[in-house]
Ligand binder design. Structure first.
Ligand SMILES: [Zn+2]
Length: 313
């Protein structure tokens, strides 16, 4: 099974052999950086500053588990000097075929330009933790939604810094200064964000997908359950009925939901239980004006504080 899982990557590595795996960075151009998500693009911009040109493969409104590796994305992957990904199989459905088509050795697994940020953080629900991994679970390698904990964002930024310095050694001290600035900003803002939600510490919430666990852990909330019976599996009538009972029993007042999920199931529960549906952006670019990681945290903590105050329990 393990070998089968590796096969696509072995193919990719072979495909990359005919291309230079690493070359010194020319002094005259900017590093061309591709990120699988807008959040990672925001981190890459924060760390890379004026020495990089960053593009995200997705919009911030999409479900990054499911992306169409269309020709325009393959074209971008061909030109990239670095690729920053969430990892932990979040992009497993579409990134390997995209990399296979792009045939760019600089961003294949193992190259300095292949920056898997899941390697920089401690994953929740990691394999071996007794989690049920029956067919259809889209989180087989652990929970990949690690970027919603600001401390993980700093860890990802540090990995990006290290890789940028390997690809563009002349920028080493610049990247370090930029990453230091980002870390200082997060360290300064985190207590403010935590203070906003501190009055609601221990509140039990439902989420649509298992994408808010890192955020909840950092901000003292408890995820009591998800509308999806397993990550990636749509809600069933039986599961919703169980949840309706749970909402009443545990006095759960809030459901956190991303805009890209259907609303019918959430409305079904809201009508029966008084559950309040709170739509939150999962990513930078997921709502108007959310253009940086810092702003994403501002919006998430502000919106949730308002929702808890409005819910009144
Ligand atoms: Zn997920």
């Amino acid at each position: 099974m393990k070998i089968l899982r590796l096969l696509p990557f072995i193919g990719l590595i072979l495909a990359g052999l005919s291309f230079p795996v690493f070359s010194a960075w020319p002094a005259w151009g900017k590093m061309n950086v591709l990120a699988t998500t807008t959040d990672l693009a925001a981190l890459a911009r924060a760390v890379g500053g004026e020495r990089v040109e960053v593009t995200s493969l997705t919009s911030g409104l999409q479900d990054v588990h499911f992306v169409d590796p269309k020709p325009s994305l393959i074209h971008q992957a061909r030109r990239a000097d670095a690729l920053i990904l969430v990892g932990a199989d979040l992009e497993a459905g579409w990134l390997p075929p995209l990399l296979g088509s792009a045939r760019n050795g600089k961003i294949l697994p193992g190259a300095p330009g292949h920056v898997d940020t899941s390697k920089a953080v401690k994953l929740l629900d990691a394999p071996g933790a007794g989690v049920d991994r029956s067919q259809g679970d889209v989180h087989p390698q652990g929970n990949p939604h690690h970027w919603l904990d600001p401390i993980n964002a700093v860890a990802a930024a540090r990995l990006i810094e290290a890789r940028f310095a390997r690809i563009d050694p002349g920028g080493r001290s610049y990247f370090k200064g930029q990453a230091d600035d980002f870390e200082r900003t997060i360290e300064k803002r985190l207590p403010e964000w935590q203070a906003r939600l501190a009055p609601f510490k221990g509140r039990r919430v439902l989420t649509y997908h298992r994408s808010w666990d890192y955020f909840a852990l950092r901000f003292g909330l408890v995820v009591a359950g998800e509308l999806e019976p397993k990550p990636g599996i749509p809600p069933s009538a039986a599961h919703l009925a169980r949840l309706a009972q749970k909402i009443k029993d545990e006095r759960i007042s809030i459901l956190i939901k991303e805009g890209h999920y259907e609303t019918q199931s959430a409305r079904f529960l809201a009508e029966r239980t008084g559950l309040r549906i709170v739509e939150l952006p999962l990513s930078v670019g997921g709502a108007p004006g959310v253009e940086t990681y810092e702003r994403l945290m501002d919006v998430l903590t502000e919106t949730l504080r308002g929702a808890f105050q409005g819910a009144g329990r």
